[in-house]
Design a protein around this ligand. Structure first.
Ligand code: GLA
Length: 401
């Protein structure tokens, strides 16, 4: 057992008396490119991180779920699994466990619950999917303890809509990469239906993650800003489809497959007001960048991939309006000190950036970020938690302990 699992076992025994019997590990993720495309049915390219959440459990004879955390800022909570679970207050961590419980109880009857202790080293509210890791770990645990078999794509789809329970109308990227990631690879994820394609990360590429130290809490503060983007994207699509004489085209993939991108953007310029045009342009160009980025990664073209990441950041900043001063500053420092490209990652409004460098440049980029950004700020923890190199890792797993 590692130090971390021993610590978790001890905390479990202290809370519940007996040892835990099952352990789930669910990783955080960093999205490399393809931002705010998933809920528009367009591709994304994330990878799972070495940072993960561990949930140690034992089954219960009834349908109660009791959950505690080694991090005492998250208070213990409990609820009964069922098809209609009333939520805790917005922003409460327990809502992610409830989201999993409710979605599964709507599909499967008489589910037994569990007692659980959680330990996570995924930075919180940093755009690295710590909450989805909790939801996916809870779902995997319920399935395992109840001997329910479900295919990975089915679970990805089910959990993508399950997370709407917390009030954010997100897409399916985080849930899919959490269970579908392959070691040493990024993944291209396509939607409707969900497909996940691993892409090996070239061995000399390094992705540096740097937190803006601005919290981006999707289930509370950022929720309305995020949801307004999803509404704008939908509205823009409707107007453009109507202007092209195909109001029946209800998806971005549908509209994009019929018309060359340049013509589509020209039609959008005629049809949309300034704000909707910007949102639409981001979504369409970002989807094209994902396909170009996949090619660049497969061809080991570091410069091209980096350039696409930086273009993505500019589009998120100028057209999608989800960046902030700190994120912009971090990308500037990274690029100036040798990164081939950098962009905000995740929903934005805070959270982190991801910068791409060659193995030879990574120390220099990290030093520059430390000196020029972090040295003058209050970190609220260890530097290694806000600035680190991402290791492309495997997806979630359950084991008996
Ligand atoms: C959040 C959501 C994802 C995705 C990103 C933006 O992380 O959970 O589904 O929409 O924002 O790309």
């Amino acid at each position: 057992m590692t130090d971390r699992t021993t610590f978790l076992q001890n905390a479990f025994a202290k809370e519940y008396g007996d040892p835990g019997t099952h352990l789930v590990r669910a990783p955080g993720r960093v999205n490399l490119i393809g931002e705010h495309t998933d809920y528009n049915g367009l591709p994304v390219m994330p990878m799972a991180l070495q940072r993960d959440l561990m949930l140690l459990c034992r089954t219960r004879p009834d349908s109660m779920v009791c959950i505690a955390n080694v991090d005492l800022q998250f208070e213990p909570c409990s609820f009964q699994v069922g098809p209609k679970i009333p939520p805790f207050e917005p922003g409460d961590w327990g809502n992610y466990v409830k989201a999993a419980g409710q979605a599964l109880a709507q599909q499967y009857t008489s589910l037994r619950g569990f007692d659980a202790m959680v330990s996570s080293n995924i930075p919180i509210a940093a755009g690295l999917s710590s909450s989805t890791a909790l939801m996916m770990a809870s779902a995997l645990m319920i399935l395992d303890l109840n001997d329910v078999a479900i295919s990975a794509p089915q679970l990805m789809e089910l959990m993508a809509s399950a997370e709407h329970y917390v009030g954010t109308r997100g897409g399916g990227m985080d849930q899919a990469i959490c269970i579908g990631a392959q070691p040493r690879s990024a993944s291209r994820i396509d939607f409707n239906p969900m497909r996940i394609t691993p892409i090996p990360v070239p061995s000399n590429w390094r992705f540096v993650i740097a937190s803006s130290l601005v919290r981006a809490e999707k289930s509370s503060a950022v929720r309305e800003a995020y949801n307004s983007r999803t509404r704008e994207c939908k509205e823009a699509l409707g107007v453009v489809a109507a202007s092209l004489g195909s109001p029946e085209a209800t998806s971005y993939t549908g509209v994009m497959s019929g018309v060359p991108a340049e013509d589509l953007l020209e039609a959008a310029e005629q049809a949309l007001d300034a704000t909707l045009l910007k949102r639409f342009r981001h979504v369409v160009t970002e989807a094209l960048r994902v396909t170009m980025a996949e090619r660049a990664m497969r061809g080991d073209d570091l410069d091209d991939y980096g350039r696409l990441m930086s273009e993505s950041h500019m589009s998120l900043r100028d057209d999608f309006a989800v960046s902030c001063e700190e994120l912009d500053r971090l990308t500037e420092i990274a690029i100036k000190s040798g990164a081939r490209g950098a962009r905000l990652s995740g929903a934005g409004f805070g959270g982190c950036i991801v910068a791409l460098c060659g193995a030879d440049d990574v120390d220099h980029v990290i030093d520059a970020l430390e000196t020029e950004f972090y040295s003058t700020r209050e970190l609220g923890g260890d530097l290694a938690d806000v600035l680190f190199v991402a290791e492309p890792s495997k997806g979630a797993s359950v084991m008996e302990v």
